[in-house]
Design a protein around this ligand. Structure first.
Ligand SMILES: [Zn+2]
Length: 273
């Protein structure tokens, strides 16, 4: 947001030399049309911001095999006069992004995802009713078509996220993983048929789930991870609060981390409504 008063006060505080530099940069930009100038102007208006992020903590449920999140005090007011924590966690902890590198050695790492591909229209696919009856349910091409019949074609640059109602289980790791006596997990996810449709017939930057994995819990082949991520698109897992956003019309901003070579990492997800 750039209100006229803000701009005026910012201009009054910069020196004449800085102003000259800014003008020179603007002149160069005007002479050589950039990708930014070529892109259509986008207006972003919103009334409220909804946080789609779970708190990351030592009790955060994790995919089997990952170590629990560790948070320890590293600098304390008593000893050091200020406060700082030391964090130790796997990239795939809590509400997080899977970058293409997670399943593709040639895919972009999290630090390489272009910023323009971390913001887009949010489409929420509601499968709560089915998931309540069948924890192994999948988002299907029919679910995408049903959404489009109601709200129109999935917008270009969209992020499409499954709401299975699973986020309400986040404080109970056993219910969140929902393992049977043989150790097989049972929670909803995407079908490969649906993600293939998005790859081949729509223009989408990312998908997401409110469960632990893009693939459903009982998956043994991780067909969605192995096809979606190598297509150059990213995924979000453990998304929170999807019941608080409309199925259509919000904009999602993904505050992704930027550590070198990352396969992903915890994010702050903000939906602008
Ligand atoms: Zn992940």
């Amino acid at each position: 947001m750039c209100l006229p008063e803000t701009l005026a006060s910012a201009q009054s505080t910069i020196s004449r030399r800085d102003l000259f530099k800014a003008t020179a940069v603007a002149a160069v930009a005007a002479a050589a049309p950039s990708a930014i100038e070529a892109a259509p102007e986008r207006a972003l208006r919103y009334r409220s911001v909804i946080d789609l992020t779970h708190v990351l903590g030592t009790q955060t449920p994790l995919f089997p095999g990952y170590n629990q999140v560790q948070i320890s005090v590293n600098r304390s007011y008593q000893q050091d006069g200020y406060y700082a924590n030391q964090l130790n966690f796997n990239e795939h902890s809590g509400t997080h992004i899977d970058s293409p590198r997670h399943f593709d050695p040639d895919g972009v790492s999290v630090d390489q995802i272009p910023p323009s591909r971390l913001i887009g229209p949010l489409a929420v696919i509601d499968v709560r009713e089915r998931a309540g009856r069948d924890p192994d349910t999948l988002v299907t091409p029919d679910d995408l078509r049903a959404w489009e019949r109601r709200y129109g074609r999935i917008p270009n640059g969209a992020v499409v996220i499954m709401n299975s109602g699973w986020a309400t289980r986040i404080n109970n790791a056993q219910a969140f993983l929902n393992a049977d006596s043989g150790g097989t997990l049972h929670f909803p996810g995407w079908s490969k048929a649906a993600t293939d449709l998005l790859i081949n017939e729509r223009n989408v930057i990312g998908i997401g789930v409110d469960t632990l994995s893009l693939d459903f819990g009982a998956s043994t082949d991780f067909a969605v991870h192995y096809s979606w991520l190598p297509s150059g698109r990213w995924g979000l897992e453990n998304v929170a609060n999807l019941a608080d956003v409309p199925p259509h019309g919000a904009t999602l901003m993904v505050g992704a981390p930027k550590h070198y070579g990352g396969s992903g990492g915890p994010v702050r997800l903000l939906a602008l409504i």
